[in-house]
Ligand binder design. Structure first.
Ligand SMILES: [Fe+2]
Length: 300
């Protein structure tokens, strides 16, 4: 019997500490984010928690790791370089796939630094003749799995954490999912904002359009971050059932049970038309140890 393909998913590490800020950098939305970090976020997101999670993840020897955004906090240039070093501890660009979150697009200038430092982790396979112009969505094939990386990261006004996939990207995702369905591969969509209804200040603006595509062409799995909690919602339609699964912040301190740092493992087995996928959630206990939280089989 062949070994299952194991995909690990973690999200929202919000790497700290924040570097020193200049006056010019504070004269923007970053000021609000900086105050927020000093007041609460720096206590919520702990490097010790993240290191415990990634140590445990490495121990499981996944075949691939997906990171669904919010690696940084207020998008200072030095944060992107720091996050690149962290990514290198996680794995080689070929083994780790990243999509950006709203904090990685905190101000408009962030895209430049993000692309400069992270692009090897956010690009499709060279042999994939991209039918769509632009970096996103990208497509990577690993074993029986096809990974589609979507960007919903846009700069927004203060107190807003919304995202947008955009018409072009949604059309590309629809084409990719449809083509891949004919190839009978296990299709995974990686996205920061959940393509689901949400509060106005933090929603995916075009969630309804994205959801319609998922319902029409299907996907075996959608993984996301953003909400910092465990979640599972099924999108149904046109004979397909698509599990949309969120994970808490990987760096959340083990103070509140529901929000403590965690990650998910997906063990993909079987074959076209008869996939098996066992999901295992592992997370921080109040003791600081990482243990299994939940385990169940997805069935479509
Ligand atoms: Fe986040």
């Amino acid at each position: 019997m062949s070994k299952p393909f194991v995909l690990a998913h973690l999200s929202d590490p919000h790497l700290g500490p924040l570097p020193r800020l200049g006056i010019r950098e504070l004269a923007s939305k970053r000021l609000f984010g900086y105050i927020n970090w000093r007041r609460s976020r720096r206590r919520l997101h702990q490097r010790d928690a993240l290191d415990a999670i990634t140590r445990d993840l490495h121990g499981r020897q996944p075949d691939h790791v997906a990171v669904t955004g919010d690696l940084v906090n207020i998008a200072l240039p030095a944060e992107f370089a720091h996050a690149r070093h962290w990514l290198e501890t996680l794995g080689r660009p070929a083994d780790v796939s990243v999509v950006p979150g709203n904090h990685d697009a905190y101000v408009a200038a962030a895209a430049l630094h993000r692309d400069r430092h992270w692009s090897p982790y956010m690009s499709g396979d060279a042999q994939e003749g991209m039918s769509c112009a632009g970096a996103f969505p990208y497509l990577r094939r690993r074993g029986p799995v096809a990974l589609i990386g979507v960007s919903t990261a846009i700069a927004t006004p203060p107190f807003m954490a919304t995202g947008r996939a955009g018409e072009r990207q949604i059309a590309c995702v629809a084409n990719m999912l449809d083509d891949l369905r004919k190839e009978n591969v296990f299709r995974v969509v990686m996205i920061h904002h959940p393509p689901l209804p949400s509060a106005r200040h933090k929603c995916l603006i075009d969630a309804a359009a994205f959801q319609r595509v998922l319902a029409a062409v299907g996907a075996e799995l959608v993984i996301h971050g953003h909400d910092h909690v465990h979640s599972l919602v099924w999108i149904t339609g046109n004979g397909s059932r698509v599990p949309v699964i969120g994970v808490p912040s990987a760096s959340a301190a083990a103070t509140a049970k529901q929000r403590a740092g965690a990650y998910n493992l997906y063990c993909v087995d079987g074959g076209p038309g008869a996939w098996n996928c066992e999901m295992v959630s592992r997370g921080l206990r109040p003791s600081g140890a990482v243990a299994e939280l939940n385990r169940f089989a997805l069935s479509w």
